[in-house]
Design a protein. Structure first.
Length: 247
């Protein structure tokens, strides 16, 4: 596999957004961070290298039918959708499986080229994966491989529910073994109901199990298309601490 393109001189941070599972708020957190960064004057790009299950995604209140469209909007609606999402696959399966069933060959070079265009004159690039860190894009390339290839730091989005401690620790160990650092873990509220005992104790447990690791809590937001509400939630959750200094 060839080396990925060099980091542009203006780019300050390339952040890979991964999760402990599907359906735990990766896109919400990514959009919230993008909206927050733009509010603070950052030039932000975002991408979802491979989006599968596009036929299954509900249309949002803002008329958006895919995660990639939501990411594009959060960054100002200035990038080509083909760069934000180089590969769109119909079935809700792991990208490798969905691509194979569709007869599509995912090319790392195509992903590299889209990433390079999105980074032009940007301070921050957010790269949202699919599901967990080891989800395969091709038989030879997982999201962990892609994040390592692109020298991303990780933002680990973890759904706050029973089982998350194991999922976070497994992901952290896989990342460490690959030499990929975790910038922060974001524990997301998955509903507006009162927390269970597990949900009420997971944050403190993660702080104890991963001393020195930034662990943040992101609240339930029922207006996921409202970028202002997402930016406010991100600010309140401390996501500003993730942003690199602007010089």
């Amino acid at each position: 596999m060839t080396d990925a393109p060099a980091t542009p001189p203006t780019l300050r941070l390339r952040l890979g957004v991964t999760g402990t599972d599907t359906g735990i708020g990766k896109t919400v957190v990514t959009c919230a961070l993008a909206a927050l960064a733009r509010r603070h004057g950052y030039r932000v790009g975002a991408m979802k290298p491979v989006e599968s299950g596009i036929d299954e995604r509900p249309v949002t209140a803002a008329g958006l039918a895919s995660d990639a469209e939501r990411l594009r909007r959060a960054c100002g609606d200035v990038d080509a959708l083909e760069d934000v999402r180089p590969y769109a696959l119909r079935e809700p399966l792991a990208p490798m499986v969905a691509a194979q069933r569709a007869g599509v060959s995912v090319s790392p070079a195509t992903l590299d080229a889209a990433r390079s265009r999105l980074e032009d004159a940007r301070d921050l690039l957010l790269v949202e994966g699919a599901g967990g860190l080891l989800v395969p894009i091709t038989p030879a390339l997982s999201y962990l491989d892609l994040f390592a290839r692109w020298e991303c730091e990780l933002l680990l989005v973890a759904g706050n529910r029973l089982g998350v401690l194991n999922h976070v620790l497994l992901t952290a160990r896989a990342a460490a073994a690959a030499g990929v650092s975790i910038r922060a873990i974001v524990l997301t509220a998955l509903s507006a109901r009162d927390a269970s005992v597990a949900e009420a104790t997971n944050y403190d447990a993660l702080r104890q199990l991963l001393p020195g690791q930034a662990v943040l809590r992101f609240p339930w937001v029922d207006r996921c298309d409202d970028l202002e509400a997402l930016a406010v939630a991100a600010e309140g959750a401390g996501l500003t601490s993730l942003l690199p200094p602007l010089i």
